[in-house]
Design a protein around this ligand. Structure first.
Ligand code: FAD
Length: 552
């Protein structure tokens, strides 16, 4: 069997190595347009900042190693230009010599990735405006940073821009992030990004939301980024991180089926509309693991797994790709934001039913030094309790919880399973009731009807004269430091003796700091015959939403 692979990084190199392990006899040729194969795209921002000090550490493997250890024919600086499906051949161009030739295949795997977007904004071709995808890009960016760069503008508020922001700030470079939406990290729900927005400010990053670059102008010492808001940002370097587009030219020209958003269409065996051509990675359309809908998710984990699965199928093992869950994580200085599965906004858009709860636990036992607080949001089916998605933001321990929840989603578990999960515990690692259990308890209790819950944004969106009686059951001190407008403070320990102060002819929305005392208050008031709900996630969740709904 002769296997040709287009693209030699995440998906392509994984497929090549796997195919070799499964077949010593196969002839495997891997074409890569650039000079490097299997490099660490995900490490590039940290090379700019100096956290990864040596460039060679970004080379996960080399063409030489792939040749000797895996007996692969690796052709770098070589571009595949066209596919002739009827003759089962590709046209190849050696980018160094310019020589063109043909190569026949039995099976062809497309792993060409996705290219960063560079929209035709006036001035986009000026020097100093870059995108970041490979080592050559990072060399150019780092060279500028090394030349005494003063100001950088990062267009787009996604993962790559925020990782770069951290690294420029570490180098003492004034950093501005411009995002055209009203939210950074758009796969997340907006309120979950509030702590990261606040953290950006404390780290000295200027964040401009709801604004976009309209044009670029050259000046004597750099560039001006002109925004549609009228702002003019002087800078010496612009990095565009506004999204990617599947590299589908080969597929389109060869008449393979391609989705409207550009992803190459594949079946569950990662076969394109031509059974002898497979495709993987950022270039393909995948099935959303939770909803089953088609989607595009440019992430390294899925690309690597797909490469492996495609090689299995090419080598005669029938293996299905389950779909992509979108498990993603951002480290930003000492904060972490991570998510898996469906977001609240994607479910709303698709008009799918869900419930959600928030918990704000410490990452390990509070009595042990160094406990860091996190916010976990879980989203689940309102009847079955099946987990649909989870998001976390905070300090240490967010990664571990989201990974556990990612597995729970993959296993089809419910919030009731989270209540039962037995997770490792010693005080420096977790709590006897782990944040995962806590989220399960709150969600399970909600579905069992133990404590009706009202979402804080629902309260805020209700006209003031129709809002429930808002009861704050925290201490007087906590109340005086900030509370939901119009709330009345009756501390939980006085609640039983002050029941008469609460109107019986109105709905009551009780809240505390994180939801726990609000839950107790709900139980007390319910049993006293009042119509009451707990404000989900308490005042901390209110503060997440306030920033999104009121402060802006
Ligand atoms: P790629 O890795 O992009 O490889 C495709 C290769 O194909 C390219 O090198 C290209 O030159 C080559 N190619 C294209 N067309 C041809 C052709 N016609 N002929 C020959 N060669 C061709 N993901 C995460 O999950 N976590 C992270 O932390 C993370 N950080 C990232 C940081 C940065 C700066 C970047 C750029 C990406 C990051 N990603 C991250 C995304 C991740 O790198 C991609 O999802 C993954 O690399 C996709 O793998 P792929 O094989 O589909 O494409």
């Amino acid at each position: 069997m002769k296997l040709l692979i287009v693209g030699g990084v995440a998906g392509g190199a994984s497929a090549a190595a796997r195919a070799r392990r499964l077949s010593e006899d196969a002839e495997i040729i891997m074409f890569e347009r650039g000079p490097d194969v299997s490099f660490a795209n995900c490490g590039l921002p940290y090379y700019v900042g100096g956290e990864i000090a040596e460039r060679k550490k970004l080379l996960v493997t080399t063409p030489e190693l792939l040749r000797t250890r895996f007996k692969l024919d690796v052709r770098t600086r070589t571009s595949v230009e066209a596919i002739d499906r009827s003759a089962k051949k590709v046209r190849v161009r050696d980018l160094v010599s310019g020589r063109e030739y043909e190569e026949a295949y039995d099976k062809l795997l497309l792993a060409p990735g996705a290219a960063p977007l560079r929209p035709p904004i006036p001035g986009i071709e000026l020097p100093g405006i870059f995108t970041l995808r490979n080592l050559q890009d990072v060399d150019r960016i780092k060279e500028r940073a090394d030349q005494g760069l003063k100001q950088v503008v990062l267009l787009g508020g996604g993962f790559i821009s925020l990782e770069l922001a951290e690294n420029f700030v570490r180098r003492g470079i004034a950093t501005t992030v411009v995002e055209k939406n009203n939210q950074i990290l758009t796969p997340f729900d907006p309120e979950m990004t509030t702590p990261i927005v606040e953290h950006l400010a404390t780290k000295g990053v200027t964040l401009l939301l709801g604004q976009a670059a309209e044009s670029f102008e050259q000046t004597a010492d750099g560039l001006i980024v002109c925004l549609n808001s009228g702002k003019r940002l002087p800078t010496q370097l612009v990095v565009m991180g506004i999204g990617v587009r599947p590299e589908n030219n080969l597929a389109v020209d060869a008449g393979l089926e391609v989705a409207p958003r550009g992803g190459i269409r594949v079946n569950e065996f990662l076969q394109t509309s031509d059974p002898d051509i497979y495709a993987v990675g950022d270039a393909i359309e995948v099935k959303d693991f939770v909803s089953g809908d088609p989607t595009q998710v440019p992430l390294a984990g899925p690309a690597n797994r797909q490469g492996r699965i495609a090689a299995d199928n090419i080598c005669g093992r029938a293996v299905k790709y389950r779909g992509t869950q979108g498990t993603a994580i951002l480290g930003f200085f000492d904060k972490t934001a991570a998510m898996t599965g469906a977001s609240e906004k994607s479910l709303r858009r698709a008009n799918r039913p869900f419930r959600k709860v928030y918990v704000h636990p410490a990452h390990h036992a509070g009595y042990y030094p160094g406990a860091e607080q996190m916010t976990l949001k879980i989203i689940f089916h309102p009847e079955t309790g099946k987990l649909l998605g989870a998001q976390g933001v905070g300090g240490a321990g967010v990664d571990k919880r989201i990974d556990v929840l990612a597995v729970a989603i993959q296993a089809g578990m419910t919030v009731f399973d989270l209540e039962e999960m037995e997770l490792s515990y010693a005080p420096q690692y977790g709590s006897a009731k782990d944040p995962i259990n806590m989220a399960g308890f709150v969600a399970g209790g909600l579905l069992r009807g133990d404590h009706p819950q009202v979402d804080v944004e629902e309260v805020l969106a209700t006209p003031e004269n129709q809002r429930p009686f808002i009861l704050d059951v925290r201490t007087v001190n906590e109340f005086s430091e900030g509370h939901i407008p119009d709330a009345v403070n009756i501390p939980i320990d006085e609640l039983r003796s002050r029941l008469g102060e609460i109107p019986r002819d109105r709905e009551v929305a009780a809240y505390c700091q994180v939801g726990q005392r609000g839950y107790l208050a709900t139980r007390i008031l319910q049993q006293a015959g009042l119509s009451v709900s707990n404000v989900g996630g308490g005042y901390k969740t209110y503060k997440l939403w306030r920033c999104q709904m009121i402060d802006r």
